[in-house]
Design a protein. Structure first.
Lengths: 80, 427
């Protein structure tokens, strides 16, 4: 994985982006949202930011075993 | 293969005898055992922690029937992929007492295992490249000294005497201001640690079974009763998971969310050169991030840096991180600029939400997890093996690892060494 496709800027090199956190997937409690994760070798859903570009956040779906990017979506203006 | 438990004791005398004898002396250090149908303790993962746990269960607690099941080969994972640094220069009490216990065990480990792990107390130097760095290191050093752990804050003149190769006085963009040194820290031969524990455990009757993947846990009445493996079902009184890097998958298998994300840490080694650096140097170069560098006994400069920065199981490092690490190293030691990188590799790390390990029961009262070592697992092996074996054998965690329980995230007693918050990537 050497580049990502920013929904706003197009394909850019990986170093322009910063991984922020994985999306909580272990329940609705505060502790689960902040601290707990259910791991998967096939799918990782992550928040990234194009810090050295448009600075927009995006939701990236990746396969962590192969590094393949499965999809990148811009985050809606108001999430959830 | 030879039946084991008959390992010859290594000594100067045994070397001489082997030289004079016409019979082959060297035997396989482990292996040749068949998987039995039932065990008192099944340890999943034949890395440093799994093997050390099995060794201490057998030696200190007299547990008779122990199996160590390994998906691939002994020492295939992080115990053979780390950069071999051992140290105990931590800030938080829970961490520095634990790692100090480990460092004391490193000092006698070769004797305890009757296997040379090549522990080399060549010192670990944390460089300060700014006054801020110096303040941060002084704080950490003071915390260590209050706990009776050796730490010295060196100014430039003292650092120059300790490590003249650094060229402290050389004019630089970011001049060296000072350093925190732990002289008892250093390196050890990582593979030898896995081999030594495997050999010692085998001599005590532990069955080490390679190429045997655990695929599930069978339960009855809220109890774990055994593990499903690719070699069939195995009954177990107690189950221990020491599967660093894949503990997230164990959590998924058991249906237990864990405070763990899985990240990559890469390392690289240059072509071998004559002795150049007689200590371990750690520093954060502004603009390049962290670099640590040491020279292996073979002569290669072993380098590493920060995590790749996003979850991954690929064991492939990202290119720009490698560039950062090397750039930092060359800024500090311009004389290595002409060297070639010989090899580069990556290990898969359990990164916890507070950067500290997990040694606790998981899901069932007879299932235990030894995980979350982030990038500090190698130096922890001797203490972790001893303390975790006590937890598994007696059911009570010794004081040394009580802080490493799984419930600390619920109660707010996290051990956040770096102060980075609940973000594994910042630990």
């Amino acid at each position: 994985m050497n580049s990502l496709h920013c929904p706003f800027c197009g394909v850019r090199e990986l170093h322009e982006f910063e991984f922020r956190k994985t999306r909580a997937n272990a329940g609705r409690s505060g502790v689960a949202e902040v601290y707990l994760r259910v791991d998967s070798s096939e799918l990782s859903v992550e928040y990234w930011q194009h810090v050295q570009g448009c600075r927009m956040w995006m939701l990236v779906r990746r396969n962590p075993s192969t590094g393949t990017v499965l999809g990148i979506d811009a985050l809606p203006e108001v999430s959830r | 293969m030879e039946p084991d438990g008959l390992q010859p004791r290594y000594s100067a005398l045994s070397l001489v005898r082997a030289r004079l004898s016409s019979r082959p002396f060297w035997r396989p250090l482990w292996g040749g055992r068949r998987l039995q149908s039932a065990y008192d303790v099944v340890v999943v993962g034949a890395g440093g922690h799994g093997l050390a746990t099995a060794f201490h269960l057998a030696r200190d607690h007299g547990v008779k029937r122990i199996a160590v099941l390994e998906k691939r080969l002994v020492g295939y994972g992080n115990v053979g992929r780390n950069t071999t640094v051992v140290r105990s220069n931590y800030l938080l009490p829970e961490n520095h007492y634990f790692y100090e216990d480990s460092l004391r065990r490193w000092e006698t480990l070769s004797r305890d295992l009757n296997y040379n792990v090549m522990y080399s107390p060549r010192g670990v130097v944390d460089l300060a490249l700014s006054d801020d760095d110096m303040g941060r290191l002084a704080r950490r050093g003071n915390a260590m000294r209050l706990a009776g752990i050796d730490a010295e804050l060196l100014d430039c003149a003292a650092l120059n005497r300790f490590c003249p190769e650094l060229g402290v006085q050389t004019p630089r963009r970011f001049p060296i201001v000072g350093a925190l040194v732990q002289r008892r820290g250093g390196t050890a031969r990582h593979d030898a640690v896995a081999w030594g524990y495997a050999r010692a455990a085998t001599s005590l009757g532990v069955d080490i079974i390679e190429n045997c993947e655990v695929t599930g846990v069978r339960t009855a009445g809220g109890h774990a009763v055994g593990v499903e493996t690719t070699a069939g079902y195995v009954k177990a009184e107690r189950i221990v998971f020491a599967t660093a890097g894949h503990t997230g998958m164990i959590g998924a298998m058991l249906g237990t969310p864990l405070p763990i994300e899985t990240h990559l840490l890469q390392a690289m080694v240059s072509e071998p050169v004559k002795p150049l650096l007689n200590t371990v140097i750690v520093f954060i170069f502004p603009g390049h991030g962290e670099t640590y560098i040491a020279q292996s006994d073979r002569g290669g400069l072993v380098m590493g840096g920060h995590l790749d920065g996003f979850p991954s199981y690929t064991r492939e490092g990202r290119w720009d991180r490698m560039e950062d690490v090397v750039a930092g190293a060359v800024e500090l030691l311009p004389q290595i600029g002409g060297l070639k990188i010989l090899r580069q590799w990556a290990g898969i790390n359990d990164m916890t939400m507070d950067g500290s390990p997990l040694l606790d029961r998981i899901r069932y009262d007879n299932v235990f997890v030894n995980a979350g070592w982030c990038y500090g697992g190698f130096k922890a092996i001797p203490a972790s093996g001893a303390a975790f074996a006590t937890l598994v054998a007696t059911g009570t965690a010794p004081d040394l690892i009580r802080g490493y329980n799984l419930g600390r995230f619920d109660t707010g007693h996290t051990l956040d060494e770096s102060g980075g918050g609940p973000f594994p990537v910042r630990q």
